[in-house]
Design a protein around this ligand. Sequence first.
Ligand code: ATP
Ligand code: MG
Length: 253
Amino acid sequence: MSADRVISVRGLSLWYGAFRALDRVDLAVVPGEILSMIGPSGCGKSTLLRCFNRMNDQPYVRTEGDLEVAGYDIMAPKTDVLALRRDVGMVFQRPNPLPLSIRDNVLFGVRLHASRTPKSEQEGLMQDALEQVLLWDQVKDRLHDDAETLSLEARQKLCIARLLPLKPKVLLMDEPCSALDPNGIGAVEELMGSLRGKYTQVVVTHNMQQARRISDRCVFMLMGELVELGATVDVFTRPKDERTARYIEGRYG
Ligand SMILES: Nc1ncnc2c1ncn2[C@@H]1O[C@H](COP(=O)(O)OP(=O)(O)OP(=O)(O)O)[C@@H](O)[C@H]1O
Ligand SMILES: [Mg+2]
């Protein structure tokens, strides 16, 4: 894979049974960028995002095309899915911390994937991850508290923090702010901004203003098709495709 792309999608189609959810998608994601994916409900945003760490691996799902993510050939049956998911982390709509302490949530992945990491190193990894998600100051005196005692926004930050000790290359986020109030949305957007450049972030959002605020480039999808990809400012101010223009004007979706 060339150095200028961390995700490379070529002619990717996906069928759930007989239903085609992705239609010959082509896309290259640049290392360190924030790429947003927008489009009406059911257009295939989550489906495409899930392909990037092989979460559509079901007997009734069929795919065609090429997909490389962080150096993994995603479609190859021999691909080490556990290693792939270490390098390509996923964050969901609802924060889903494990029923463990704050500390154990952050270290869970390290213990699972890199069980030989010495205890002394684990503490540093934990602190670093919590600092990166701008949560350390808030939780440093209560690391043994149950993660469930945190606010929704802090739980979502924790879900991002627990991916970081594994040194992922790509963070996939499927509407990571949709369960949060305006303050929480602001805090998580600030966090994404502070992670720009360190990780590649692909963010699905229903909130077009959020896409404008946070992303370097933006993808517009419609009925399984990638209609437009460009610098976010261009997609929103001078879209090339009539369908993009109609969507951002709020004519549908
Ligand atoms: N596991 C599945 N089995 C069958 N069909 C599915 C499955 N997951 C998604 N679909 C269908 O594939 C299409 C794309 O769904 P997807 O969830 O990717 O859309 P989306 O753009 O993420 O929508 P939303 O904005 O509502 O989250 C939809 O028609 C959906 O009903
Ligand atoms: Mg979705």
